[in-house]
Design a protein around this ligand. Structure first.
Ligand code: CMC
Length: 436
């Protein structure tokens, strides 16, 4: 059990002539929750909740989202405060270790990060055997689970030092894996991490320097990348995080659990949306479609087209991360000398039209975190198929912190939901010759 919980009056359920009481409690921000753990035992009935829209699967001290007001807090700090004042690694430390690092902690965290930045030389063979067109998310997921065979697993009763090593190993190596998968896809030699560079600068250097081309990290680009990673650091029980907790609940190791999260993130309704947004914008430009055409086709159900980067399961107002990302994207493009980037202009025109349209207003559809980030990544020179990988790099501290929290929570159990069977009830096997 985590943090602060206040017990409230219980709720009553009347069913089949019986009245059953269920405890109600609230968390530290006042969300009221009915504890239905005794439901099936007491009544014999199940709840039916596709998409788990009404289901709290855990209590958590990590992240708070108010979807109506557009509020996002990590351990009580607002995303605006963290984005303005912290580097990505500080936010990662906050999520995983529960506090912002002081100078001593920050120094030792950075040193560990450097210590673990290389990947085992033998792992390089894996990259070499992937086809050039391999999607970086496929490579990333395979590489992260492979880490479990090269490095010791984190067991649940680990000593602090072992936890520090395992989580920093994962946080540090993900950059190297990401950059190597890019180098492989463009047929260039791998660039090793450097002790001289900080987290994001190191990643940019591994991506863009080469033996024949000097590369100097632009501090504005480095800052922007830090900010985008901060914006993705955690987002409570989203699809991939729930997957990480679910896989972890079976006792699977951290690497395996994170790998499952990476695969969940890949889908276009989740982290894959940042890639889908750019593909949508490029398609609109190349087809010469008008803003009106796009909005109208996104509204027509039969068209199966959605305005990618719009809408959110929890936010029914502007996603606070999208607000920050939009400003950062505009500033970055200005700095890089592309203030009139056609994709940015199109994205802003689509946003303006959508926000005025009754369809989007009634359904409370606003830009989400994925709407502007891809435009910024593209301006940094990052290829479209790596956008979701950057989301994964950003979300990693959240997945780690959620996995640790889940494994330390004495109320958690093996995740094993129920179903309502609706199939045939009494078939008999016929000899093969008599079957239809
Ligand atoms: N464009 C057009 N219509 C939409 C959109 C959209 N982007 N999003 C939702 N709708 C409509 C949807 O058709 C449905 O209409 P109706 O009530 O008439 O059936 C209504 O709005 C509710 O949508 P839903 O799919 O039932 O809502 P949800 O909470 O299950 O879905 C969502 C949330 C993010 C999957 C959805 O808004 C979507 O598909 N958005 C586009 C993909 C996207 O940008 N995903 C990134 C999410 S944020 C980052 C992350 O967490 O990964």
């Amino acid at each position: 059990m985590n943090g602060q919980r206040k017990t409230l009056n219980s709720a009553e359920l009347r069913y089949n002539g019986h009245t059953i009481q269920f405890p109600v409690f609230e968390g530290s921000m006042g969300e009221k929750t009915m504890d239905i753990r005794a439901l099936r035992k007491e009544t014999g009935i199940l709840t039916y909740d596709p998409g788990l829209i009404n289901t709290g699967i855990c209590t958590s001290d990590l992240t708070y989202v108010d979807g109506e007001k557009g509020v996002l807090l990590h351990r009580g700090y607002s995303i605006e405060d963290l984005a303005a004042n912290c580097r990505f690694l500080e936010v990662a430390y906050l999520l995983i270790f529960g506090k912002l690092p002081n100078p001593v902690e920050q120094k030792s965290f950075s040193e560990l990060m450097n210590l673990h930045s290389m990947i085992h030389e033998d792992m390089q063979h894996f990259f070499r055997n992937y086809p050039e067109k391999a999607h970086p998310m496929a490579v990333l997921s395979a590489m992260v689970v492979s880490l479990s065979s090269f490095y010791p697993e984190l067991d649940r009763e680990s000593a602090t030092e072992r936890i520090d090593n395992t989580v920093t190993r994962l946080l540090s190596k993900i950059r190297t894996i990401a950059a190597f998968s890019y180098k492989k896809s463009v047929g260039e030699p791998f660039v090793y991490p450097s002790y001289k560079l900080r987290y994001c600068a190191n990643f940019l250097n591994m991506m863009f320097s080469s033996p024949v081309r000097d590369y100097t990290v632009d501090p504005v680009v480095e800052r922007a990348l830090n900010l985008f990673l901060v914006l993705h650091a955690d987002h409570e029980q989203n699809c991939s995080t729930t997957v990480v907790r679910t896989v972890g609940s079976s006792g699977a190791n951290l690497y395996a659990s994170i790998t499952a999260g990476i695969c969940a993130l890949w889908g276009p309704l989740h982290g894959g949306a940042n890639q889908a947004v750019i593909e949508m914008l490029e398609e609109v430009l190349s087809q010469g479609m008008s803003v009106r055409d796009v909005i109208e086709s996104a509204k027509r159900k039969e068209s199966k087209i959605r305005l990618m980067g719009f809408g959110h399961r929890v936010y029914k107002t502007y996603d606070p991360r999208a607000k920050i990302a939009k400003e950062a994207c505009k500033n970055l493009l200005e700095h890089l000398g592309h203030p009139d980037d056609p994709l940015l202009e199109l994205a802003m025109a689509l946003e303006e039209a959508a926000l005025k349209d009754p369809y989007f207003q009634e359904k409370h559809l606003y830009p989400n975190v994925d709407y502007y980030t891809g435009i910024a990544y593209r301006a940094m020179g990052i290829p479209t198929n790596m956008f979701t990988l950057l989301f994964a790099m950003g979300r990693l501290p959240g997945w780690i912190a959620q996995w640790l929290e889940n494994s330390r929570d004495g109320e958690q159990k093996l995740m094993r939901p129920r179903q309502v069977y609706t199939g045939e009830v009494a078939n008999r096997v016929l000899p093969i010759g008599e079957r239809a």
